[in-house]
Design a protein around this ligand. Structure first.
Ligand code: FAD
Ligand code: UDP
Length: 366
């Protein structure tokens, strides 16, 4: 019966990095994947000669030199720098929140003027911000909050900003310089040849079985390997015995346009409450494409149900408590390791997932 050292559930970045590391240590793995392709949410397709990020825009960025060197063994990165814009009822602002944003919002010219304006507008927030609304207002003031954060965030998460954790907004830099780089990280770019190339290289030499759902055939699968690495939803692994964790999902609406340049930028956020989508991605700009046509994707946030992909864990207090109950079971589960965005119920970026997989692989394989 025993044919493999590891059964890896999920071929996303976590599963693929672990598979590569295990192979390098002479281990035999079977990767199973319920979708009809590998790569999880970083998977891309080719449309009109343009690389389309099928599950939403993915920009690689990291401060972790080890992770950067690791991925650069497999792919080179282009010089793409994410500088999205926000469209609030036709008014265009630069993101993240920086001097260009403040200057357009208030007509201020210097950092001192911008800081003064924000101070005036956040005077009502006393003490440590307790939710996303208080955190946002104390960082950028009422006007930026109302025009660029409130509508976008409430669409994205389907909840009031008063009921969301402050950390979500702290992901974005606030700068008093004229700098539109969305990230502070030292390294950033898009893999030349796409994310599929990265995943293919990581999985080279490992057996992969697509369209296989662990939760439907775990009885047959588990005896095949000495140990399992599980990167699916943690609550599903435990038959949702304490109840289901909540997620936000997305609906992607793709369109091919017969024009070379629709919006002049890879990502344009629609930050008002009434526009039903949160952003439009124009994929060719990730690779400085010059094709005659263009592919755009409108992103509609929706509440998750069983038939959808669970994209974003909702790390509010209620779900965190529930996750802790499952994490406790996971700790005591023999011969199964849990990792990645879904199994750890964490709002991880790609570099964090890679770092986490490398860490687990190091502990497990050495
Ligand atoms: P996944 O990619 O979700 O992989 C898990 C895999 O397991 C999937 O392929 C799934 O089908 C499979 N699976 C699940 N359950 C089972 C089962 N029961 N049986 C078999 N297979 C199963 N990060 C960045 O760094 N930069 C970005 O710009 C960025 N943009 C993002 C945009 C969106 C819209 C989203 C949703 C995420 C974004 N991320 C970004 C985060 C990034 O996608 C993740 O950090 C990373 O892809 C997670 O890898 P993973 O392996 O943990 O999970
Ligand atoms: N956000 C916002 N306005 C924007 C962009 C982001 O209010 O124009 C908020 C929103 O709450 C979002 C959070 O900042 O969930 C983090 O943004 P990020 O771009 O990191 O989200 P992701 O790429 O994970 O969807």
């Amino acid at each position: 019966m025993l044919q493999y050292d590891y059964l890896i559930v999920g071929s996303g970045l976590f599963g693929s990095v672990f598979a590569h590391e295990a192979l390098c240590h002479g281990k035999k793995c079977l990767v199973i994947e319920k979708r009809n392709h590998t790569g999880g949410n970083v998977h891309c397709t080719q449309v009109e000669g343009i690389t389309v990020h099928q599950y939403g825009a993915h920009i690689f960025h990291t401060n972790n030199e080890k992770v950067w060197n690791y991925v650069n063994q497999f792919v080179c990165f282009n010089r793409f720098t994410n500088s999205p814009i926000a469209n609030y009822k036709g008014e265009i602002y630069n993101l993240p929140f920086n001097m260009n944003t403040f200057s357009k919002m208030w007509g201020v010219r210097t950092p001192k003027e911008a800081e003064r304006k924000i101070k005036e507008q956040c005077a009502q927030i006393k003490g440590v911000p307790r939710n996303l609304e208080q955190q946002a207002i104390s960082l950028v003031g009422q006007d930026v909050y109302e025009k660029l954060i409130k509508g976008y965030t409430e669409k994205q998460w389907g909840r009031s900003c008063k009921d969301l954790p402050a950390f979500i907004i702290k992901r974005l830099p606030v700068r008093f310089t004229y700098d539109n780089n969305y990230f502070n990280d030292l390294y950033q770019g898009i893999p030349i040849g796409g994310y599929n190339k990265l995943i293919d290289q990581l999985l080279q030499g490992t057996e992969v079985q697509l369209e296989t759902d662990f939760n439907e055939c775990r009885k047959e699968l588990l005896p095949l390997a000495k140990k399992a690495i599980y990167t699916g939803m943690i609550d599903a692994y435990f038959d949702n015995q304490f109840g289901k964790l909540e997620y936000r999902s997305l609906k992607f609406e793709n369109e091919i346009l017969n024009e070379p340049n629709f919006q002049g930028v890879a990502a344009c956020n629609y930050t008002d409450r009434d526009t039903p989508f949160t952003r439009i991605i124009e994929h060719k700009h990730f690779e400085f494409g010059t094709q005659p046509k263009t592919v755009i994707t409108r992103e509609y946030p929706v509440e998750w149900n069983d038939k959808m992909e669970p994209y974003y864990p909702i790390n509010d207090i209620k779900n965190q408590k529930l996750y802790q109950m499952y994490a406790h079971l996971a700790k005591n589960e023999k011969n199964v390791l849990f990792g990645g965005r879904l199994a750890e119920y964490q709002y991880y970026n790609m570099d964090q997932v890679i770092a986490s997989a490398l860490e687990i692989a190091k502990r497990e394989l050495n």
